[in-house]
Design a binder for this molecule. Structure first.
Ligand code: G4P
Length: 522
């Protein structure tokens, strides 16, 4: 049986980045550096995340990305790291948001030439909501990129985040000469060979040979500027999400990757308390609790299986244990819990807070569910987001209405799309964040449930959950807007408007009604 402190060795994290910044390459490098895989190049199977629809569909058929994209667990220097992959494509950001609810730290990968990109910004905002500590890795310094100081300015500006340098590059691209490791106080040469060490960095100006190189002098000067303007590293500030240490490196060449692993091991926090009601769950509580942050169907093409990924928040889970799904009130005997490593799975005999366990099920578990040993707790902070695209589902074979209902309900639970029913007419509406999600939904309903469907526009562009402290006012709003009202799968009222102008007008007309862009599951 794991010791009661075993969870303290867990480091559960994700890598956030804009597509193409180098997340996959870095994942491979980290696993290789930790000795978890033999060589970089073994984690592939993602590809489609960044490219076109046809690629994605093909990958989806091969169950490629989703599989490789679940969890990678590896041990390194007495710690157990759980790396949760986040889908790269912006269409799947909702899924990504949920994955981030299950981590205690994140690595933010930035392309040195491109700086902060749209998806980085979005993901960062989610991390900020939860004060997730972030280590920044500025990638691709083996190529020409922006000046380090310019990148620092940009990050500080766009993210309103304090930074502090941990690895500083000496030149970039063809001028790359290695880096200064400000934590270990040593220089590392371009091929990874150890160089000069120091007590105080100012000592470096006494090295005539180094100072004869303008690239080195420039690196030292810019570093000096950076350090004089920026705070020093402070563990507490980092762990509370307010300061990011920055490492420059190259995932492709392996520069700075060992140091990144070191930073993660030394600085990233052990499992943090889980926001929940009536009170947060502390990881050292004896009783097992956990929550479903992701549901994945068809991980194994031969079995139509459905895996709920559960992040444990407290206690020591053992195989065969009975846990209660607080939402449904039902107890489940968990006889086949699994650990994943990319494509591979094994039975999970025991797991502690911070660990991710996959639980096969046939629809009993859905995203946002809390599991406990009977306690009436509810994990909070796993929202649904207001969809940006709303479509009516067109059923070509009316006789299949029942299968359609089942398909939409299953896939909504998996988080593929949100499903709404109109209050008048009871049509199904689906809401998604990106068009690719619709493609996937359509393809899966047809393939897995044998129900051909189409989607058509109904002239609605905005969806908002509505609530009010004044019940009568809420009723009045619903009556007045009946034609634009729908219910989500929990029965919560959703107002849909033709466009932002109408939505705003409704808000002005009904000041006592709140219009929400996110909603937690009931
Ligand atoms: P992603 O998962 O974030 O989408 O990025 P991925 O690792 O797939 O990397 C995107 C592209 O950037 C790849 O090139 C990869 O080789 C390259 N790359 C990643 N890290 C570095 C780095 O440190 N330096 C340089 N120069 N390139 C890097 P590609 O040509 O698009 O794909 P591939 O054919 O090489 O796989």
């Amino acid at each position: 049986m794991a010791s009661k402190d075993a969870f303290r060795t867990r480091r559960t994290f994700a890598i956030i980045s804009h597509p193409d910044a180098g997340k996959t390459t870095l994942t491979e490098r980290l696993l290789a550096a930790a000795g978890a895989i033999q060589s970089a190049g073994q984690v592939r199977g993602k590809a489609g995340t960044r490219s076109t629809r046809s690629d994605w569909m093909e990958m989806e058929q091969q169950r490629g990305i989703s599989i490789a994209s679940s969890v990678m667990t590896f041990d390194y220097q007495g710690l157990t790291f759980n790396l949760l992959d986040t889908p790269g494509h912006s269409d799947f950001s909702e899924d990504t948001y949920r994955v981030l609810t299950a981590v205690d730290a994140a690595i933010m990968v930035i392309d040195a030439a491109k700086g902060i990109e749209s998806q980085t910004l979005k993901l960062f905002e989610v991390c900020r909501l939860r004060d997730i500590p972030i280590i920044t890795f500025i990638n691709k310094i083996d190529r020409e990129g922006q000046e380090p100081l310019a990148l620092f300015d940009e990050i500080a500006d766009k993210l309103a985040l304090d930074l502090t340098p941990a690895l500083w590059p000496i030149g970039q691209g063809v001028d790359y000469r290695g880096y200064l490791d400000l934590v270990e106080k040593r220089m590392v040469g371009p091929t990874g060979t150890p160089g000069v060490e120091w007590e105080e960095i100012e000592e470096l100006i006494d090295h005539d040979e180094l100072m004869a190189d303008p690239v080195f002098v420039n690196a030292l000067e810019t570093l000096d500027l950076a350090r004089s303007a920026l705070p020093e590293f402070d563990l507490e500030t980092f762990q509370s999400g307010h300061l990011t240490p920055v490492l420059f490196g190259s995932a492709l060449k392996g520069f700075g990757v060992a140091e990144l692993l070191r930073a993660l091991g030394e600085w990233a926090p052990e499992p943090r308390p889980q926001p929940a009601e009536p009170k947060p769950i502390s990881p050292d509580e004896k009783k097992v609790t956990g929550f479903v942050f992701k549901v994945q169907a068809n991980m194994d093409a031969n079995h139509r299986d459905r895996i709920a990924f559960v992040r444990l928040s407290s206690g020591t889970f053992t195989r065969g244990m009975k846990l209660r799904n607080v939402r449904s009130g039902k107890d489940l005997a968990i006889s086949n819990p699994m650990f994943f490593f990319g494509n591979n799975r094994e039975l999970a005999e025991e797991a502690v807070a911070g660990d991710i366990v996959g639980i096969p099920n046939h629809g009993t578990l859905s995203v946002g569910d809390t599991l406990t040993e009977g306690a009436a707790l509810k994990v909070t902070g796993i929202p649904n987001f207001a969809p940006e695209i709303i479509r009516r589902v067109r059923l070509s074979e009316a006789i299949k209405a029942k299968q359609l209902a089942k398909a939409l309900s299953d896939l909504a639970e998996e988080g593929v799309a949100q499903v709404f029913r109109r209050m008048i007419g009871a049509d199904y509406l689906v809401g998604v964040v990106g068009p690719l999600q619709l493609e996937v939904l359509g393809a899966r309903v047809e393939k897995e449930y044998n129900v051909p469907i189409g989607f058509e526009s109904v002239g609605l562009e905005v969806a908002r959950w509505i609530e009010s402290d004044d019940e009568a006012e809420l009723k009045r709003f619903i009556t007045a807007q009946k034609a634009n009202m729908a219910e989500d799968r929990d029965g919560a009222p959703v107002y849909m408007a033709q466009n932002a102008w109408w939505a705003q007008r409704a808000q002005q007309d009904f000041p006592k009604v709140r219009f929400l862009t996110t909603k937690e599951r009931a």
